[in-house]
Design a protein around this ligand. Structure first.
Ligand code: APR
Length: 237
């Protein structure tokens, strides 16, 4: 099977009702990103940061995967698919995707603030227990924090993602402004001559020539891409 790598961003979850970051009315217009999503912000006010992510987790229970997530999952019937997402929601998994690399962490997980990547300290929250309380501790006694890669922090999964991009036979980009590195740089690991598709209703600079733009929102764009890749509209069963 051909290897299909799909890089996704907030735009693929927009039609599920989760706001993007940099569109009009986006998250970073409402919250000061330095305060709620950076390492310095965590050090300055961990309770504010945990409250912000408690609220984002709460929203997750009111939304569900949209048609774009479903069509991405269905491509696993025809391709060896790896999803590399910048999103911290779990909508790809809930739509049925079985191989999802989260570059920026996962909203439903929390961890140690001393060693965030210590597997013994990573805990998965549930619908019945999704809020971190002020002063709550991780297993190593440090303050419990979101399992999220804050700005200023390393992106542990970037090597895995770069390896996947370098092996892709087809590379697809959906719903990301490609503003944030190192994620935005993944397109440069794609072998020359590999077809690249970019689905976004707005203009995006893919930082490289020869990209096949599908100027549509994610669900319509995935319908079109499915037709292009399979030569037929995805059956609606
Ligand atoms: N369908 C597809 N794309 C859409 C839709 C839609 N319905 N609506 C908006 N978009 C596009 C926008 O045009 C934009 O290109 O989604 C993109 C969203 O870009 P951003 O808001 O910058 O989100 P993203 O690229 O995922 O941000 C990257 O920045 O703040 C950090 O860690 C955070 O993972 C995030 C990273």
């Amino acid at each position: 099977m051909k290897k299909l790598v799909i890089l996704t961003g907030a735009g693929i979850s927009a039609e599920s009702g989760i706001s993007t970051f940099r569109d009009a009315g986006g998250l970073w217009e409402k919250y000061p990103v330095q305060q709620v999503a950076s390492h310095d912000g965590w050090l300055a006010d961990p309770e504010l940061v945990n409250r912000f992510y408690n609220e984002r987790r709460r929203q997750l229970f009111d939304v569900k995967p949209n048609r774009a997530h479903e069509l991405v999952a269905r491509l696993e019937r025809h391709f060896d698919v790896a999803v590399v997402t910048q999103n911290v929601d779990n909508l790809h998994e809930r739509a049925g995707s079985t191989r999802v690399v989260h570059l920026h962490g996962e909203l439903m997980k929390v961890t140690s603030s001393r060693n965030p990547d210590d597997p013994d300290c990573i805990e998965t929250l549930t619908r019945d227990n999704f809020e971190v309380q002020p002063g709550q501790r991780a297993k190593d006694g440090s303050l419990l924090r979101p399992y999220i890669v804050f700005f200023q922090e390393a992106v542990p999964m970037i090597e895995t993602a770069a390896m996947l991009a370098s092996q892709a036979d087809i590379f697809v980009i959906i719903g990301t402004s490609l503003n944030v590195y190192p994620a935005a740089g993944l397109v440069h690991y794609v072998r020359p001559g590999t077809p690249i598709y970019l689905i976004d209703p707005n203009e995006v600079d893919a930082h490289m020539p020869g990209v096949n733009y599908i100027r549509k929102k994610a669900s319509d764009g995935m319908e079109e891409l499915t037709r292009l890749l399979l030569g037929k509209p995805e059956d609606n069963e």
